[in-house]
Design a protein around this ligand. Sequence first.
Ligand code: DLZ
Length: 171
Amino acid sequence: MASALKNLSSYDAENMPSAAPMSFGIVVSEWNHKITHALYEACYNTLVEHGAQPENIYTEQVPGSFELPVGAKLLAGYHRLDAVICLGCVIKGETSHNEYINQAVATGLTNLSIASGKPMIFGLLTPNDEQQALDRAGGKHGNKGVEAAVTAIRMAAMKRQLTNAKQKIGF
Ligand code: DLZ
């Protein structure tokens, strides 16, 4: 399979926009804490590596991944943010709870992004077992937290660029 050995954290760091003027929200789910904490650390560090100021990064924890969309909405309503990154991990179990939660998070964040025009980043791991989660939280497939941070910076830069271009049109 083409994606089997893809390291999710590979990206062109040289050509990233600067995150120095940007503000970010990070919402982290407490379920599967060991995994989500690893995602959070990688995400936070990546934002800072690209210039984000620690005082412009606002973090909130929510009980589980199902609460990520409302957590994102509350955080974005409280601070002036360029983007909100949502981090969670839903491990498949004996029942189909994972399908309901994953679908709810995907739909919730999509709707929220489109309605607000603010990037809401889907940093949710949806593994079949804990090993698959570990592989994507600093293991052999990189760290999805890095990918989420990179996506947030790129989308925030795109929004800023288009907003500036729009303001220059007209008299
Ligand atoms: C209930 C539940 C279960 C079974 N599994 C997970 C999980 O693997 N990962 C996760 O982030 N959250 C899980 N939850 C909690 C739900 O996301 C949610 O917090 C509760 O259903 C309360 O709304």
